[in-house]
Design a binder for this molecule. Structure first.
Ligand SMILES: C[S@@+](CC[C@H](N)C(=O)[O-])C[C@H]1O[C@@H](n2cnc3c(N)ncnc32)[C@H](O)[C@@H]1O
Length: 208
């Protein structure tokens, strides 16, 4: 399976609407967390088991990973997890009911760095997506970012804070116990980065 796909490639600009929350979750009224670029979905699977008072929705551009991940969710006791196939850059434009109105938090954890300047436009965090989030998220919703690439962190930080409706939170004050990730579960990439003693750059932003 290809490790990186060009999200601007013709095949990946198609999008499939995210189904209505009532169709995918047992209790659609629970707080909702979105994980963008969830890969094989292991992070959300662990979260869905440990935090049954949240709903989790992963969005991933590689279809095969999404199909396989959705086969696993039948093993869960509670129906609080779903994986959607699509390109985060345009998936929200195609979803009938704007899912972002019901979203409490979003994570962009270890997105593809696309190191060359001419490829920056392939990065998942783009001004257009941040503008969509800014127009549709409720006040108080949170965006979480993490990466081991300093230059990518600076780029994401700049793109998010250029939009004046997102305010960076003082990281040390943040209480994870009340968030979508109360036990600080790690993504596969985060486990790898930590085991290699590499640096992690992270921030949290609140919609004001
Ligand atoms: C480096 S992996 C990180 C996976 C996981 N978040 C982690 O921390 O282990 C980045 C993932 O984002 C996905 N991706 C890249 N661009 C995307 C886009 N525009 N929309 C949705 N997923 C995307 C890739 O296919 C890949 O699975």
């Amino acid at each position: 399976m290809r490790q990186h796909v060009n999200p601007l490639g013709k095949n990946f600009l198609r999008s499939f609407p995210i189904p209505a929350l009532e169709e995918i979750f047992e209790n659609p009224r629970l707080p909702l967390h979105l994980d963008i670029g969830c890969a094989a979905g292991d992070f959300l699977f662990d979260l869905a088991i440990s935090s049954t008072n949240w709903n989790y929705l992963g969005i991933e551009i590689r279809e095969k990973l999404v199909v396989n991940a959705n086969l696993k969710i039948t093993k869960l006791e509670k129906k609080n997890l779903f994986y959607a196939y699509g390109n985060a850059s345009n998936i929200f434009d195609h979803s009938k009911k704007n899912i972002l109105n019901f979203t409490n938090s979003i994570s962009f954890y270890f997105p593809d760095p696309w190191f060359k300047k001419k490829h920056y436009k392939r990065r998942v965090i783009q001004p257009k997506l941040i503008n969509t989030l800014s127009n549709s998220l409720k006040r108080g919703s949170l965006i979480f970012i993490k990466t081991d690439v300093r230059e990518l962190y600076d780029y994401m930080e700049f793109t998010i804070t250029e939009d004046k409706s997102f305010k960076k939170l003082p990281y040390s004050d943040f209480l994870y116990s009340d968030s979508f990730n109360p036990y600080k579960t790690q993504t596969p990439r985060e486990k790898y980065v930590k085991s290699n003693e590499l640096m992690i750059f992270e921030s949290i932003y609140r919609k004001i």
